[in-house]
Write a protein that binds this ligand. Structure first.
Ligand SMILES: *[C@@H]1O[C@H](CO)[C@@H](O)[C@H](O)[C@H]1NC(C)=O
Ligand SMILES: *[C@@H]1O[C@H](CO)[C@@H](O)[C@H](O)[C@H]1NC(C)=O
Ligand SMILES: *[C@@H]1O[C@H](CO)[C@@H](O)[C@H](O)[C@H]1NC(C)=O
Ligand SMILES: *[C@@H]1O[C@H](CO)[C@@H](O)[C@H](O)[C@H]1NC(C)=O
Ligand SMILES: *[C@@H]1O[C@H](CO)[C@@H](O)[C@H](O)[C@H]1NC(C)=O
Ligand SMILES: *[C@@H]1O[C@H](CO)[C@@H](O)[C@H](O)[C@H]1NC(C)=O
Ligand SMILES: *[C@@H]1O[C@H](CO)[C@@H](O)[C@H](O)[C@H]1NC(C)=O
Ligand SMILES: *[C@@H]1O[C@H](CO)[C@@H](O)[C@H](O)[C@H]1NC(C)=O
Ligand SMILES: *[C@@H]1O[C@H](CO)[C@@H](O)[C@H](O)[C@H]1NC(C)=O
Ligand SMILES: *[C@@H]1O[C@H](CO)[C@@H](O)[C@H](O)[C@H]1NC(C)=O
Length: 879
């Protein structure tokens, strides 16, 4: 068990404050629950204010508070000394109620019903108090199950928790059953064990909710026993929209709940594939399932295992969650079949913490039809593991039609224990220290007297600004748990096609990050000297202070802006690191290190970089015509001719060939896809995005063992299975690109029928049946020379061979594409090549695998020697 785990627990509670009183405005037939109580309290404030979303928070010392049913112990209104940029809104976070002795909030509740409580904490310095001394308990009364009330938090330190999460603020959510209908009281008590301890709170939400815990949960590992939540108090640990995107609390979720993307929690290499219900599918709630259980968007998206039964049977689709030991948890799994309609098509087993929770789950057998949601609750007592593992595996025993599994949503609730306690311990800083140092962060919200020696984190060097006494900047070393690192990998691997990934979660943000302190020390002097350094002032000028209208793309790394430098002389593309992404930081450096040393016509050129304050930017040549993908489909740009497509593929192949063989070390790109092939104003293709690239240290080392990264749909199945990266992994991805160019459809399209989801599989399937012509881009029909097409398809097919050894090297791919182009040109202009530029000569002169290429080329030529184009290859000087 590691430390970050504890941090993870809280990750989910970071909820947006949102508003619209959608809750009040909408009617029951929208599926929105209409609560009888909904009070938002802005603690430590004497006025009623709206948050960034327009939701109204009543000040706890405002004259209107009691009218809203809030009575509180007097506290001095306090304002935070610093506004962390990660705060979603200044209301309710910038003001806090501070208590140095026991204090209470009373809320009038009109019925005996469940209340949803959200507590918001922003651990900053208020009234000169050291945020490190904020240790306190929070108890809720009168609430069923627990004589002295329910302990929600005990010896809680928002400061330690936020540090462990590198998070600016903390939100925790509870659901409490009321036992009388007058008041709910929340009592805040400073922890007596800490000498200068105080309690604080920034915001409280109290919203009434129906009892959503009526189902009986099977006790995992004890098939004959079950658990009913009944009158227990509950803490929400996780709430995920599996295979789907973040759902904001204002977006029809009932009781302002937030649903998060599940990718950060997927464990193991197999992340499966996401699926989305087609637009014609309407989610139909059965009579026994209230619509407030989960919104339709949760059921419309799912994660499944993938198209290949042989792969599926070998792995478990799994999610792992950090939780507190010594509690019983309810794991609620939401299902809805959105693709299959028959019984025994998809049957799977569910495991929780290595024990069978349910065997032979067949969603259609449970619901009788497609698009009908259902959920199941499983209970498990966790003593010491502090980890909860949910795994799905195809049930081979039931001999289903497909070896696959599906999940649409997960919620994990912690039940109060026999003492009426829900509180877990603070994350342990000592364990945090065992984890590797990954990032240096500058945080300014704490005053310097709460300095590094006292802090649980190691202080780095204070910046010059701090020394000058202008800005108090402390450098914190943020320790990342290993789990976090894996998280970001899954996030990145998914970024190519998932609608949203972790970087889009503004909630999972860090406080102000300093790139200066980390990158300059780690960037090699060679890389730093090879490319130009820009000041942030120049970058801001170039981008009109990062004007949103200049954004030309958004990637895992961050946003890409168009800019003009050197007084209007040069157009550039500026990639601005998303300060929330640790992954981004690493990729930033990889890219500088690699690209600064590479210069090639078919690789995008890095002009320079900027790292200053909390900004990191990379500056590239501007590619006027964007990505290859945006010229292929879902576009209003004119379709590319076949010849243009061939030339673009040849250019990209040339760039990759150079990476594999031309540079000093073999470089494996690892993320070849149509969005990473850029086009300049003349449609010359340039390979971009080297953030995931790996250098093989020695030419004779045939592979690099590594965690699987890349984009789904393009990912080499062999790399996926064996986790060994070779140059043939790029060849596989390039084969998918070739099919994509030919068919003008995405590499993965989960909305299509199962056999069509993966383009590589679908193309091979059609090729085997001799029906490849049926799937090419309709625009190209009748415009491609048939010999050219078969050469092209044959090349693409070889590239996507199951085994790396069967795939050609890039040099061969390049040659075959050149050859296909010659065939096309001969057809188009009667044998006179309009494709000058000596590209075929380049092929012959390729050094590293030259002999192999030439020999294979000669064989090919012998086979086809009736064609006039050969002479040009055999006698390059003749061109
Ligand atoms: C109390 O509520 C009224 C009506 O909503 C509002 O106009 C007034 O400003 C509020 N008072 C304070 C102190 O915020
Ligand atoms: C609500 O959710 C839908 C589907 O998930 C999404 O398309 C839409 O942008 C969301 N709206 C808001 C206001 O968040
Ligand atoms: C909520 O659902 C209703 C009806 O389904 C729809 O009209 C409304 O636009 C939705 N609101 C949001 C924010 O998605
Ligand atoms: C669980 O309870 C036992 C016995 O009270 C205690 O020794 C142990 O430390 C607790 N574990 C956790 C993770 O709190
Ligand atoms: C599940 O089993 C694996 C392998 O035996 C083990 O490493 C892991 O700790 C177990 N997990 C739990 C939660 O028991
Ligand atoms: C899937 O998980 C279960 C329970 O942890 C385990 O027994 C089984 O070996 C796993 N299967 C695979 C293929 O990893
Ligand atoms: C309170 O939490 C702090 C930090 O986690 C810990 O060092 C201390 O021992 C805890 N005190 C008690 C009484 O649990
Ligand atoms: C995280 O990745 C490392 C390898 O980078 C692996 O050893 C470890 O088991 C992974 N942890 C989890 C929880 O997946
Ligand atoms: C980050 O800190 C720098 C000073 O180091 C400050 O100028 C900048 O405004 C901060 N960024 C944000 C987004 O607040
Ligand atoms: C390609 O870029 C050139 C130069 O900016 C521009 O004139 C042309 O319209 C672009 N073509 C397409 C299809 O966008």
């Amino acid at each position: 068990m590691t430390t970050t785990s504890t941090a993870q627990i809280f990750l989910h509670f970071i909820l947006y404050l949102s508003l619209h009183n959608l809750i009040f405005a909408t009617t029951a037939n929208n599926g929105i629950y209409n609560p009888s109580v909904s009070i938002l309290v802005n603690c430590g404030s004497s006025s009623d204010e709206h948050d960034a979303e327009g939701r109204e928070w009543v000040g706890d010392t405002s004259p209107n508070a009691s009218a809203s049913g809030v009575i509180s112990t007097k506290s001095t209104p306090s304002t935070a000394s610093f506004q962390d940029p990660s705060l979603p809104s200044s209301v309710p976070y910038m003001t806090a109620a501070i208590f140095e002795s026991e204090a209470t909030y009373k809320f009038s509740a009109s019925k005996k019903e469940r209340l949803l409580i959200r507590l918001h904490f922003y651990p900053a310095s208020y009234n000169g108090l050291n945020p490190e001394n904020g240790f306190f308990n929070v108890v809720a009364t009168p609430v069923a199950d627990g004589a002295g009330g329910i302990t929600l938090l005990h010896n809680f330190s928002a400061y330690i928790t936020a540090q462990a999460l590198s998070q600016g603020y903390i939100v925790r959510e509870f659901s409490l059953p009321m036992i009388n209908d007058d008041f709910l009281t929340l009592t805040f008590t400073p922890a007596i064990v800490q000498p200068k301890a105080f309690a604080f709170i920034n915001g409280i939400e109290v919203i009434s909710m129906p009892d959503i815990f009526t189902a009986t949960a099977v006790m995992v590992g004890f098939s004959d026993s079950s658990v009913t939540v009944g009158a227990s108090a509950v803490q929400t640990m996780y709430r995920l929209n599996v295979g789907g995107q973040y759902i904001a609390p204002t977006n029809n979720t009932s009781f302002s709940r937030t649903w998060y993307d599940d990718t950060p929690y997927i464990s193991g290499a197999g992340v499966g594939a996401t699926a989305t219900a087609g637009p014609h599918i309407k989610i139909q709630y059965p009579m026994n399932l209230p619509t407030y259980i989960a919104p339709p968007d949760v059921y419309r998206t799912a994660r499944q295992m993938g198209p290949d039964p042989k792969v599926n049977i070998q792995y478990n689709l799994s999610w792992s969650f950090q939780i507190d030991g010594n509690f019983t948890y309810i794991v609620r799994l939401h299902f809805c079949e959105i693709q299959l309609a028959e019984v025994n098509q998809r049957v799977f087993d569910i495991f929780i913490n290595n024990q069978t929770a349910q065997k032979d789950v067949d969603i259609i057998a449970m619901t009788s039809s497609m698009a009908i949601p259902v959920y199941r609750d499983y209970a498990i007592y966790i003593s010491k593991e502090e980890q909860l593992l949910v795994e799905l595996h195809p049930s081979a025993d039931s001999k289903p039609e497909f070896f696959d599994a599906i999940l649409n949503g997960i919620e994990i609730f912690k039940l109060s224990d026999a003492d009426g306690n829900l509180a877990g311990p603070n994350p342990k800083p000592s364990v945090m220290l065992e984890n590797e140092l990954q990032i240096t962060t500058t945080a300014q919200k704490f005053q310097p007297e709460y300095s590094s020696e006292k802090s649980h984190v190691i202080a780095g060097t204070a910046s010059g600004a701090a020394a000058a006494g202008l800005i108090f900047a402390l450098c914190f070393v943020v320790y990342q748990r290993k789990r976090r690192a894996n998280d970001s990998e899954s996030g990145v691997s998914a970024s190519g096609w998932l609608p949203l990934h972790r970087n889009s979660h503004t909630t999972v943000s860090k406080s102000n990050m300093s790139s200066k302190s980390c990158t300059s020390s780690q960037l090699s002097t060679m890389a730093a000297s090879l490319c130009r350094h820009f000041s942030i002032f120049e970058i801001k000028q170039a981008t009109k202070n990062f004007d949103e209208s200049l954004i030309i793309g958004v990637g895992g790394f961050g946003k890409v802006y168009k800019g003009i430098i050197d007084r209007g002389a040069t157009k550039v593309a500026i990639k601005r690191a998303n300060p929330d992404s640790e992954q981004g930081l690493h990729e930033f450096q990889t890219e500088i290190e690699l690209l600064s040393k590479l210069r090639h016509k078919h690789l995008v050129s890095l002009i320079g970089y900027c790292k200053e304050d909390n900004e990191m930017c990379l500056i590239y040549d501007y590619m006027a015509n964007g990505t290859l993908r945006e010229h292929l489909y879902k576009t209003n740009k004119p379709a590319l001719s076949w010849k243009q497509r061939l030339e673009i593929c040849i250019g990209a192949a040339r760039g990759l060939h150079y990476l594999h063989t031309g540079a000093k070390n073999t470089i494996i790109h690892r993320d070849v896809k149509t969005t990473n092939i850029l086009l300049d104003e003349n449609f010359v293709a340039k390979v971009s995005d080297f953030g995931l690239s790996k250098t093989a240290p020695l030419m004779n080392q045939s592979h690099v063992s590594t965690v699987v990264k890349g984009s789904f749909g393009y990912l080499d199945p062999e790399y996926f299975r064996r986790q060994q990266l070779t140059i043939k992994s790029d060849v596989y991805s390039f084969g998918v690109v070739l099919f994509e160019v030919m068919c003008a459809r995405p590499a993965l399209n989960p909305s299509l029928s199962k056999e069509q989801v993966s383009l590589a599989d679908w193309a091979i399937h059609n090729q085997k049946k001799g029906k490849i012509f049926e799937i090419i881009d309709p625009y190209l029909k009748g415009k491609i020379n048939l010999e050219c097409l078969s050469k092209f398809v044959e090349t693409a097919e070889k590239c996507v061979s199951e085994y790396g050894n069967d795939r050609p090297v890039m040099g061969d791919v390049l040659w075959n594409l050149e050859f296909a182009l010659q065939l096309q040109e001969r057809d188009e202009d009667g044998g006179v090549s309009s494709h000058g530029s000596g590209s075929s000569v380049d092929v012959l002169n390729l050094s590293s695998e030259g002999d192999g290429v030439v020999n294979e080329m000669r064989e090919e030529l012998d086979d086809l020697n009736e064609l006039s184009v050969f002479s040009q290859f055999l006698n390059p000087k003749g061109r």
